[in-house]
Design a protein around this ligand. Structure first.
Ligand code: 3H9
Length: 692
C-alpha cells in the first residue's frame, strides 16, 4: 500500500508514499480511497488531511502506467477524486514542494487546500502531449480565474505557491511545520457545513467567449505540430456554459484522444529517455564522486569559449588556456560579447553578467591550470595535437583531476594512453554552440574510472546538459550515425536531387535544417578534412565525391558566402546556386548516371533509415546502452523533431518490418552495400518487436 494512514486526535492523515515523487499509480490511488473510507467509518474522526511524504505532495499521475492496463484499473484517478469530493467529512490537502498534474487535481477535489511557500504548482500535462485529465481544466479556472488557468494549463509552467496565495486555490499559507499547520486548520473547519466544493464555484469573466477565441488564435499560431495545446483550450472552454459533469466528459474524451497520439508518446519517451540516460548499469547511484569546484579549458576558440561559459553559468570558476596572447584576448572578448548580447536581450542582469564574466579568466601557462578539478581540451581535431596537449596535462594536473577531451571523432582510449592516468581520462563532446546546445556526449574509455563517469554525469546535470554516455568508436553515437545520413544525401544528389529538394523534404518532416543547409552552417571544409583523414584507410567505403568538388571550388558555406547555396552579406537565407546545381548535374554525367525524379518519400526514407540502421549497429555493439540514449542524442544535438521522438522511436512507429522492407528495396539500387541490415534490426523486425 503506498499511502500511510495515521490518526492525530480527531484528524486522519493520509500520507502519499510512493517515492520519488508520489506518482499516483494504482497502489497509491487505492491507498487514498481506503484511507478516506476508513476515516469515514471511524466516528472518532472529524476531518481528513491528505499530504505527501518525502520530496513532493505529488508529481501527478504515474506516467509509467500510461498505455498500460494499470492506468485504467479502478480506482482510477477520477474515482479517487470523486471519493474525496463526496466525503461527508472535510478533506484538507496539505501541499509542499511539488503539486503537479494529477496531484494538483486531487488537491482541487479536496474541500480545502493549505500550502507551504515555495511549492511548485503546475498542470504540466501539455509538456507530455496530453491535457489535465482528472478535472484540472474544469476546476482550476474556478479557483484562479480563466486567464491565469489558461496560461498555466497551456504552458505547463510551474508557479510558486506564494504567488497564488491570494486566490481561492489556497485557503491558508503555512509557514513552518506544514503538518501541524494543516492539523490546526482541519480542527478549525471540522464542523463547518455545507462542505465547500470547487465544482460548485462559478467562473467569472467579462468576455469569456471573446477571450477564448483570442486564446484559440494565439495558441494555434504557436503550437506547431503538437495537438495538445489547442485541445487544452477546448477543454477549458467546456468549463463555460456546460454543466460541470458535461465539462468533465469533454475533458476526458480529449484526454483519451491525446494520450494515444504519437506526439504524446514521443514526448513521454523523451521525458523518460532524458532521465534514463543518466543511469549506467555498472555505475550505481551511490558511486563516489569527485568534487568539481574549479575547471580549466584548453583552447579559446568558439568551442573552448562556449564550454567555459557553461561552467561560469553554473557558478564554477574556469580558466582558459591559449598559446598566444592575441588568441586568448580574442576568445575572452567573444565570451564577453556573448554575455553582453544576452544582457541586451534582457536575458541576463548586470549582476549576473558581472558574476559570470568574473568567473572566467585566461592564462598562457599550463602551470596555472594545474590545480583545476577538471580540464577540458578543445583544441584542433588531430591526434598529434591531442598527444602534445595530454602529455602536458599529465605533467601539470594535480592528482585526481579529471582530464577530458572534447574530441568529436577520435579514439579516447588512444588519447588516454598519452597519460599515465587513463582512469582519469574521459570524452566530453559538446555541440556547437556549446553554451546553447543541450547535448553532451560523454565518452567512456576502456579504462575510465567509474567515479570519473559518475562525476561527469552529475556535472552534465549541473551545467544543464543532457548527458548521454557513448562507448569509444569512430564518431561516437551522433557523428557515426550522421555520416551515413550525409552519405545518402550525397548519393541522392548524384542520382537526381538538388540540395533544396533534399533539405525541403526532411524539413517538411520537422527537422530544423536539412543536411545541406546544416553543412553550410557548420562549414563544408570540416567534413572535407574528416573525409580525407577517415577514408584514406577505408577504400571499401563508397561515398559521393560531390561534396569534395564543392570544397575544391572554395565553397565552404556561409562563412565564404557560398556553399551548397549562395548567401548574401548580412543575410543567412540560402539561395539556390546555379553554379553548384550545374556542377552536380555535370558530376552525374561524369559518373554516367541518368538523373531521375526522386520522390520526397524516398529522400526521407533513405536519410532516416540510414540513421536507424547505424543506430542498430551501435546498440548491438554496446556503444549506446539503450535505444532511448540514441534518441536523446538526436533530439538534443541534431535537430531531430521532438514530436517524432528520435530516430529509433521513429522507426518503431513506422514498424521495423516496414523499415527493413524499404531497406531491401534500396539495397537493389546503387551502393546497395550501404543497406546491409544490422543483425539486431533484422532480428527485431522478424520478432515483430521494437527498439524501445
Ligand atoms: C497527469 O498527471 C495526468 C492527469 O492529469 C490525468 C490522469 C488521468 N510519474 O525529474 P526528476 C520520476 S500526467 C512517474 O529527475 P526532479 C522520474 O521519472 C503527469 N514518475 O526529479 C524520475 O525517476 P527515476 C503530470 C515520475 O526533482 C524521478 O521521478 N506530471 C513522475 O528534478 C525524479 O524525477 C508531470 O508531468 C510521474 N508523474 O523533478 C510531472 N514524475 O529517478 C513530471 C517524475 O527513476 N515530473 N517521475 O529516473 C516533473 O516535472 C519532475 O519530475 C518533478 C521532480 C518536478 C516532479
Amino acid at each position: 500500500m503506498t499511502a500511510v494512514y495515521q490518526q492525530h486526535g480527531a484528524i486522519a492523515v493520509i500520507t502519499l508514499n510512493n517515492p520519488p515523487v508520489n506518482g499516483l499509480g494504482h497502489a497509491t490511488r487505492s491507498g487514498v480511497v481506503e484511507g478516506v473510507n476508513r476515516a469515514l467509518n471511524d466516528e472518532a474522526i472529524k476531518a481528513i488531511v491528505i499530504t505527501g511524504g518525502g520530496k513532493a505532495f505529488s508529481g501527478g499521475a504515474d506516467i509509467k502506467e500510461f498505455n498500460s492496463p494499470k492506468a485504467l484499473q479502478e480506482p482510477s484517478l477520477h474515482t479517487v477524486i470523486r471519493v474525496v469530493e463526496e466525503s461527508t467529512k472535510p478533506v484538507v490537502a496539505a501541499i509542499h514542494s511539488v503539486a503537479m498534474g494529477g496531484g494538483l487535481e486531487l488537491a482541487l477535489g479536496c474541500n480545502y487546500r493549505v500550502a507551504s511557500p515555495g511549492a511548485q504548482i503546475a498542470l504540466p500535462e501539455v509538456k507530455l502531449g496530453i491535457l489535465p485529465g482528472a478535472g484540472g481544466t474544469q476546476r482550476l479556472p474556478r479557483v484562479i480565474g480563466l486567464e491565469a488557468a489558461l496560461n498555466m494549463i497551456v504552458s505547463g509552467t510551474p508557479v510558486l505557491s506564494e504567488k497564488l496565495a491570494g486566490t481561492k486555490l489556497f485557503d491558508q499559507m503555512i509557514e513552518g511545520d506544514l503538518l501541524q499547520g494543516a492539523l490546526a486548520f482541519a480542527e478549525k473547519v471540522a464542523a463547518i457545513r455545507p462542505l465547500p466544493k470547487v465544482r460548485d464555484m462559478k467562473i467569472k469573466h467579462v468576455n469569456a467567449e471573446g477571450y477564448l477565441q483570442f486564446a484559440r488564435n494565439t495558441v494555434r499560431a504557436v503550437a506547431g505540430p503538437f495537438p495538445a495545446p489547442l485541445k487544452c483550450v477546448e477543454a477549458i472552454a467546456a468549463a463555460f456554459g456546460k454543466k460541470f459533469e458535461d465539462g468533465l466528459k469533454v475533458e476526458r474524451d480529449l484526454f483519451l484522444e491525446l494520450v494515444q497520439t504519437t506526439e504524446s508518446k514521443a514526448l513521454r519517451h523523451a521525458f523518460f529517455g532524458e532521465r534514463a540516460a543518466s543511469k549506467i548499469l555498472d555505475v550505481p547511484a551511490d558511486t563516489p564522486q569527485r568534487e568539481i569546484k574549479s575547471a580549466a579549458v584548453i583552447g579559446a576558440g568558439t568551442m573552448g569559449g562556449g564550454i567555459a561559459m557553461n561552467f561560469a553559468n553554473a557558478g564554477i570558476p574556469v580558466k582558459i588556456l591559449e598559446m598566444k596572447q592575441e588568441a586568448l584576448d580574442k576568445g575572452l572578448a567573444t565570451i564577453r560579447k556573448n554575455y553582453e548580447n544576452s544582457m541586451k536581450k534582457g536575458k541576463l542582469t548586470q549582476e549576473k553578467f558581472d558574476q559570470r564574466v568574473g568567473l572566467i579568466s585566461g592564462t598562457l601557462s599550463y602551470e596555472e591550470i594545474g590545480q583545476a578539478d577538471i580540464v577540458i581540451e578543445a583544441v584542433f581535431e588531430d591526434m598529434g595535437v591531442k598527444e602534445t596537449v595530454f602529455k602536458q596535462l599529465d605533467a601539470v594536473m594535480k592528482p585526481g583531476a579529471i582530464l577530458a577531451s572534447n574530441t568529436s571523432t577520435l579514439d579516447v582510449d588512444q588519447i588516454a594512453s598519452f597519460t599515465k592516468r587513463p582512469q582519469d581520462v574521459i570524452g566530453m563532446h559538446f555541440f556547437s554552440p556549446a553554451n546553447v546546445m543541450k547535448l553532451l556526449e560523454i565518452v567512456r574509455g576502456a579504462k575510465t574510472g567509474k567515479d570519473v563517469l559518475a562525476t561527469t554525469l552529475a556535472l552534465a546535470k549541473k551545467i544543464k546538459k543532457t548527458g548521454v554516455v557513448s562507448g569509444v568508436c569512430d564518431g561516437f553515437i551522433g557523428n557515426r550515425m550522421i555520416e551515413q545520413y550525409i552519405r545518402q544525401a550525397g548519393f541522392l544528389l548524384e542520382e537526381g536531387c538538388l540540395p533544396e529538394q533534399v533539405d525541403k523534404a526532411i524539413e517538411k518532416l520537422g527537422f530544423a535544417m536539412g543536411p545541406f543547409r546544416m553543412s553550410d552552417l557548420a562549414g563544408n571544409d570540416i567534413g572535407w578534412y574528416i573525409r580525407k583523414r577517415r577514408y584514406i584507410d577505408k577504400p571499401e567505403v563508397t561515398y559521393s565525391k560531390v561534396a569534395d568538388l564543392l570544397c575544391e571550388m572554395g565553397r565552404y558555406g556561409q562563412k565564404t558566402s557560398g556553399g551548397w547555396y549562395d548567401y548574401k552579406a548580412g543575410d543567412r537565407k540560402a539561395y539556390s546556386s546555379a553554379i553548384v546545381n550545374d556542377m552536380i548535374v555535370a558530376h552525374s554525367a561524369t559518373l554516367g548516371i541518368e538523373r531521375r525524379t526522386i520522390s520526397d518519400q524516398e529522400i526521407v526514407e533513405r536519410l532516416l533509415y540510414s540513421l536507424v540502421n547505424e543506430g542498430a549497429h551501435i546498440l548491438e555493439e554496446g556503444i549506446a546502452m539503450r535505444a532511448s540514449d540514441i534518441d536523446m542524442v538526436y533530439l538534443t544535438g541534431y535537430g531531430f523533431p521532438l514530436f517524432r521522438g528520435g530516430p529509433m522511436f521513429y522507426a518503431d512507429t513506422v514498424g521495423l518490418s516496414n523499415v527493413l522492407m524499404a531497406m531491401q528495396r534500396y539495397a537493389k539500387g546503387r551502393h546497395g552495400d550501404a543497406w546491409k541490415p544490422a543483425p539486431l534490426l533484422s532480428k527485431l523486425a522478424a520478432e515483430g518487436a521494437s527498439f524501445n
